[in-house]
Ligand binder design. Structure first.
Ligand SMILES: C[S@@+](CC[C@H](N)C(=O)[O-])C[C@H]1O[C@@H](n2cnc3c(N)ncnc32)[C@H](O)[C@@H]1O
Length: 205
């Protein structure tokens, strides 16, 4: 999957490139998410990371595709903002350290297969300081048998979270609110969801 993404960013323009995502923009602009230490998990070419840096956040941004990170660094320089971009794998982090007030993941966790989802949760939970927020955007629907077969043939570990899976995987550590989403959509992909979570105190978890 890493080689697939790296080649796509090197030779092409994946369709999600362009603008910071709407839920993130709204939550920052209405003051729900206040400046602090933020990390973008699977940052691609850095649209969300650059947006956060422009709005006063101290930003770290991680992607395992070196070509994505190189493009993101160039775009941040052009935008005149500082972001600490790192090449790292979210299922076994080696370079990311410390705690953050805000974690952001747009479309990375849902790419992962079941084993990698477990590893991701193990790696990212310690990054959220007490009371830290986690904005997670995923494709979400119950995969058909044909779609499950498709994920095995494609270089992706997964396509979408099952309904309820975000709560099962993150609920032990975060209080979870679903803030947006659409299910049973016409066409394909068939559904999505955005979650805003808050790290429980260690005593509660
Ligand atoms: C669908 S793209 C979304 C990119 C970006 N979040 C955005 O919204 O523009 C998913 C991103 O996650 C990255 N990614 C996938 N699995 C990863 C992993 N295990 N570690 C780090 N990055 C990963 C990919 O390289 C890709 O840039």
């Amino acid at each position: 999957m890493k080689a697939f993404y790296d080649a796509w960013y090197r030779w092409g323009n994946p369709p999600w490139i362009g603008e910071p995502r709407s839920e993130l923009v709204r939550l920052v602009e209405d003051g729900t998410l206040k400046p602090g230490r933020a990390i973008d998990l699977g940052c691609g070419v850095g649209d969300n990371a650059i947006f956060l840096a422009r709005h006063g956040f101290e930003v770290t941004a991680v992607d395992f595709a070196p070509s994505a990170v190189a493009r993101a660094q160039a775009r941040a320089r052009e935008a005149g903002v500082e972001v600490d971009f790192l090449v790292d794998d979210l299922t076994r982090l080696s370079h990311v350290r410390g705690e953050f007030d805000l974690l952001v993941d747009y479309g990375t966790f849902d790419d992962l297969g079941a084993g990698d989802r477990e590893a991701y949760v193990r790696e990212i939970v310690p990054l959220a300081g007490q009371g830290g927020r986690f904005l997670l955007w995923v494709f979400e629907w119950r995969l058909s048998r044909r779609e499950r077969l498709f994920t095995r043939l494609l270089p992706f570990g997964g396509l979408a979270l099952a309904p309820g899976e975000a709560e099962t995987r993150f609920g032990p550590w975060f209080a979870i609110e679903k803030i947006a989403g659409g299910q049973e959509l016409p066409g394909w992909p068939r559904g999505w969801a955005a979650y805003l979570m808050e790290r429980r105190s260690v005593v509660d978890a």
